[in-house]
Design a protein. Structure first.
Lengths: 259, 282
């Protein structure tokens, strides 16, 4: 989580207009979902991986680790799709009788499962591209331009900021407890953790009160008005995005479903 | 009357739990002055500052800005907060945005300024506090000292007439303390009134035009630094230390090394100069 956040601020695509990155990621995942083609999904995974690793300079090892996180979930859920009741099917590859059920794998269920797995990976890689190259602030400013309700966006930005404030406080409390043997034995461990959570809760209230005061003293009157950072708009990038999407659609309609 | 930019008259403030944080505080702050507020923890310094800014509403008494009584309606408060800025002691409570640029732009944006003007002010404020290279960085990557300097830029960007600093040198290293005080000096030259609280008596003595000493919510002494630090009764009552420069100077006088007619020096450099001159004349 925190490492993703770190890369979002120091990658080579940081200075690219977030709107372009947002549109690229959204359109590509849209195409990947709609085209329903394994070829397109594989191309999307490879393309997004290449852009993130080679162009945005996200370390390969980290990227693969990140991509393998949802892979475990995906494989488990795809397994339940691949293994079906094969009674009456012709293309059965392997089957097993359990009571009255004939469970097994068919070649069409394998293909269906694979296409689902690749499609999900394709969309995940699009999301990773966005979250690895675009900071939350930039995403919020894009959403603002897309007329998302301001209240939600303000909440998003405050929550984001306070994740780090709370993490810091929690860490400080933990260290101070640990340095006084607060986590030495199991029983103490539970007591200390309970105290940490309750103190954190109380501190949060005080923090929010203090924050409100500090904002009020700077003329806050109900709306968080800040200046959005401006990025140069690149027509070249938009054309490039359009070309890539068209190519993907073409690829999908030519080799739809096949691999 | 027109000389005073901020005044309080018989100010009484109580927290909701009934603690009397300010008790009959009457002070006058001259326009363009540098005022240091001294006092131990819990003396009421921060509470006083928040009363100056209209965040806290006094139970009794009034706050005056440029001779006019502060009214607690929306318009009057907006006008006051535009002119009187407060830099909070803990930058972590003040910084709400995760982008340094957006954080600093919040104040000027609330003043309904034109976008170009906001950009100009934000950039200027970031340069003034020496954090311009942090502009693109998220707030949570900054060190405590950097956060402190960003929180100072927050207020500078609003270009107020009075800037109140609650312990400005808290968590800053000597180099940045010096830088911040050079900045204060520059702001003060441009006409900004500066009020700051500190525990550093040497700093207050060397730099302030006026010193206000607080204890238990009351103002128990005020005047120019030499007056305040020569008042032994006051110093004993508040357990304030005398500035080192003053101590050494009076010791030198007592021992007969310096004559009575020397003016009391305000800074270390001045004291050293007096000693060197004395040595030369011997």
């Amino acid at each position: 989580m925190i490492t993703i956040d770190r890369y979002a601020y120091c990658n080579r695509l940081k200075q690219t207009n977030p709107m372009e990155k947002f549109i690229f990621s959204l359109l590509t995942s849209g195409v990947c979902l709609v085209m329903n083609s394994m070829t397109v999904s594989v191309v999307v995974v490879i393309m997004m991986g290449c852009i993130s690793v080679l162009y945005a300079r996200i370390p390969t090892k980290f990227y693969i680790k990140l991509l393998s996180l949802p892979l475990i979930f995906l494989i488990i859920s795809v397994l339940t799709i691949i293994i079906t009741n094969v009674a009456g099917h012709k293309d059965v590859l392997f089957s097993m009788d359990i009571f009255y059920l004939q469970l097994g794998i068919t070649s069409s269920s394998i293909r269906y499962g694979m296409s689902l797995l690749l499609k999900a990976l394709g969309v995940v890689s699009c999301q990773y591209f966005l979250s690895l190259t675009t900071s939350i602030n930039d995403i919020i400013s894009v959403l603002k331009r897309l007329r998302m309700p301001v209240l939600i966006l303000e909440l998003m930005s405050l929550i984001y900021r306070f994740i780090f404030v709370l993490m810091k406080i929690a860490n400080e409390i933990y260290v101070s407890q640990d340095s006084r043997m607060g986590y030495a034995r199991l029983k103490r461990r539970f007591i200390s953790m309970g105290q940490l959570i309750s103190v954190l809760f109380v501190r949060t209230f005080k923090r929010s009160k203090d924050l409100y005061m500090a904002m009020e003293s700077r003329g806050y009157n109900g709306e968080l008005r800040v200046l959005e950072e401006e990025y140069p708009v690149s027509v070249k990038n938009y054309i490039l995005i359009a070309c890539v999407e068209l190519l993907l659609i073409l690829l999908g309609s030519l080799y739809g479903g096949m691999l | 009357m027109g000389d005073y930019i901020l005044e309080t008259q018989n100010l009484v403030f109580e927290y909701p739990d009934g603690t009397k944080a300010l008790d009959d505080v009457s002070i006058k702050i001259k326009k363009g002055h540098k005022v240091a507020v001294l006092g131990s923890n819990g003396a009421g310094k921060s509470t006083l500052f928040l009363n100056f800014n209209g965040i806290f509403r006094p139970k009794q008494g009034v706050v005056r800005f440029k001779g006019e009584v502060v009214r607690y309606n929306h318009r009057s408060l907006c006008a006051l907060r535009q002119k009187v800025g407060v830099v909070f002691q803990d930058p972590e409570t003040q910084l709400f945005s995760s982008s340094v640029f957006q954080e600093v732009s919040f104040g000027p944006m609330n003043l309904n300024l034109h976008k170009d003007e906001v950009i100009r002010r934000v950039n200027k404020a970031l340069v003034q506090t020496g954090v311009e290279e942090l502009k693109g960085r998220p707030t949570h990557f900054l060190s405590h000292g950097q956060k402190k300097r960003v929180s100072i830029s927050d207020i500078l960007a609003m270009e107020p007439e009075v800037i109140i600093f609650d312990e400005p040198t808290d968590c800053l290293d000597p180099k940045h303390t010096l830088q911040i005080f050079e900045l204060f000096e520059q702001l003060n030259q441009e006409g900004t009134t500066i009020i700051f609280s500190t525990h550093d008596v040497d700093l207050a003595y060397a730099w302030a035009d006026e010193i206000i000493v607080m204890q238990n919510g009351r103002v128990i002494g005020c005047g120019n630094p030499i007056e305040v630090f020569s008042d032994n009764v006051l110093l004993e009552q508040t357990e304030l230390l005398t500035p080192m420069v003053m101590d050494i100077f009076s010791e030198l006088k007592l021992s007969g090394f310096l004559d009575e007619n020397n003016e009391i020096p305000r800074s270390k450099d001045k004291l050293l100069e007096i000693i060197r001159n004395k040595r030369k004349s011997n």
